[in-house]
Design a protein around this ligand. Structure first.
Ligand code: NAD
Length: 503
């Protein structure tokens, strides 16, 4: 297709979808076929400035909008997303590669956060203590911060933007979103639906771009808080740069998620869970199981694990029956293939090699890698030490539950982990002793629903408060404590008191 004829993704500034004046653009590409779908601009410095200025102006009125009115916008928004979920999933699958069913799941997990935002009335409540001294009450107000910004990754282009702007805006902030430049189309469709739901001009703005735009957001004096989700390298940079500029920052970053398998686990359910988690979304989930730690007699389950993985069908996300779609880009495919080669060089056993899966026609050009399994993996090997972010499962072994826990606790990452067992005592020991922020018990991808917060830990996170749940209300608001004394009209004036006591 002629590049000039491709649709150009607009920016959103002050309620208007506007064409960027940038001279720098990149293509949005279907990773299954390399078909070009659209062009996305790298916004200019002036466009970033205009988006932040619109958000700053809108904040002066939006912060005073009553909480019920804010909540009703999100009630309408969740219905609009629900009504459009199929077409949103189709767009998402075309630009990101995941299967249609999984793309619908991506939208749905974001929709749940919008439902949570609609509940803002009972979330953004302060505390009150009556009579803390004679006639004195103390109470807290959770007030919006101002302009907040969000920077999102390619792997959940619906869910992760929806982790951010609905909660920030529901709290009374205004927002500038910087979606992934690799798959911004579904994000923009969600943004259009947000406008349709009644988000006023300037309250939500979108700029596209890469490093330069992200740095401009980190440095901008009018932005009070930044939410980032993406790789550890970029997240660490964003955290350092934006905190140095005085902002509140939360960064959810890379992972290496281990699942311990004890021999008393339900074998069939466990193997299905491992295979689904490791290879679903082509392994491009930050909470995917990427290391299986087989303990004791469970070490004998490898042939059945490999047999199940072999049954998965590799293909385009929009084809019926596909289990594993492509990885996001040619460079991601090259990186994963190079790591597989490194695994062999480092001495791990390639029990299942997914490189060069058999595909026909246009799909031959796609970024496909089939399920890949290494056994005999040890710390110090590149496939263990690095986040692969592709359909590669590393299998390692431990003599005992204690050894397996020690292995996981020695790994720097803390995003997610799981145990498969039928022993309540073993599960309880695991949840108590494991140093990872999100724990599954017979659940391979333990991402909390929005009643709770996303609580990755250690090297997988910078900043104290996580996305959604109750924690994000504290992230997107300033707690103000008011101590108030009211006198009865006929009370005695008393004398000057030069001591600190309120009594
Ligand atoms: P990425 O870090 O490459 O990109 C994330 C965002 O940062 C994008 O918007 C991108 O445009 C921007 N960016 C890229 N390079 C930059 C640079 N040099 N300077 C400033 N900004 C830059 O991440 P990705 O490849 O899009 O996503 C995959 C990563 O995200 C994986 O590491 C995965 O584990 C992680 N992730 C983590 C979570 C979590 O909750 N912990 C969730 C999803 C994804």
């Amino acid at each position: 297709m002629n590049t000039q004829a491709l649709p150009c993704i607009p920016l959103l500034i002050n309620g208007e979808l506007v064409a960027s004046r940038s001279t720098e653009w990149r293509d949005v590409v279907n990773p299954a076929t390399q078909e070009k779908l659209a062009r996305v601009p790298m916004a200019t410095a002036g466009e970033v400035e205009a988006a932040v200025a619109a958000a700053r102006t809108a904040f002066t009125t939006w912060r005073k909008v009553p909480i019920g009115q804010r909540a009703r916008i999100f009630l309408k928004y969740q219905q609009l997303i629900r009504d459009n979920i199929k077409s949103l999933a189709t767009t998402l699958s075309a630009e990101q590669g995941k299967t249609l069913a999984d793309a619908e799941g991506d939208v749905f997990r974001g929709l749940e956060v919008v439902e949570h935002a609609a509940n803002i009335g009972s979330l953004q409540m302060g505390e009150r203590a009556h009579n803390v001294a004679v006639g004195v009450d103390t109470y807290t107000l959770l007030q919006p911060l101002g302009v907040c910004a969000g920077i999102t990754p390619f792997n959940f282009p619906a869910m992760i933007p929806l982790w951010m702007f609905p909660m920030a805006i529901a709290c009374g902030n205004t927002f500038v979103l910087k979606p992934s430049e690799q798959d911004p189309m579904v994000t923009m469709r969600l943004v259009e639906l947000a406008l349709e739901a009644g988000i006023p001009p300037g309250v939500l703005n979108v700029v596209h771009g890469g490093e330069a735009v992200v740095n401009a957001l980190c440095d901008h004096a009018d932005i009070k808080a930044i939410s980032f989700v993406g790789s550890t390298r970029v997240g660490t940079h964003v955290y350092e740069r934006a905190t140095l500029a005085g902002k509140r920052v939360q960064c959810m970053m890379g992972a290496k998620n281990h699942a311990i398998v004890l021999a008393d686990a339900h074998k069939e359910q466990t193997l299905n869970a491992l295979v689904g988690s490791a290879f679903g979304a082509a392994g491009q989930r930050c909470m995917a199981v990427s290391v299986a730690v087989l303990v004791g007699a469970a070490r004998q389950w490898v042939p059945e694990l490999v047999a199940k993985a072999k049954l998965l069908s590799v293909g385009a996300g929009n084809s019926a029956g596909t289990d594993v779609g492509p990885v996001i880009s040619c460079s991601a495919k090259e990186r994963v293939e190079a790591l597989i080669a490194r695994g062999v060089e480092d001495g791990a056993t390639l029990a299942l090699d997914g490189r060069l899966p058999p595909l026909d026609g246009r799909l031959k050009e796609g970024n496909f890698i089939g399920p890949t399994i290494f056994t005999g993996v040890k710390p110090g090997m590149a496939v263990y030490d690095q986040e692969i972010f592709g359909p590669v499962l590393c299998v390692t072994e431990a003599e005992s539950l204690d050894d397996a826990i020690a292995l996981i606790n020695a790994n720097p990452n803390g995003n997610g982990t799981a145990i498969f067992t039928q022993s309540g005592a073993a599960a309880r020991k695991f949840e108590d002793e494991i140093d990872v922020g999100q724990v599954g018990i017979n659940v391979p991808i333990p991402v909390p629903v929005p009643l709770f917060s996303f609580t990755g830990s250690r090297a997988s996170k910078l900043g104290d408060l996580g996305p959604y749940g109750k924690q994000v209300i504290l992230f997107y608001t300033q707690t103000k404590t008011v101590t108030a004394r009211w006198f009865d009209d006929d009370s005695v004036a008393g004398a000057v008191n030069t001591t600190i006591s309120l009594r």
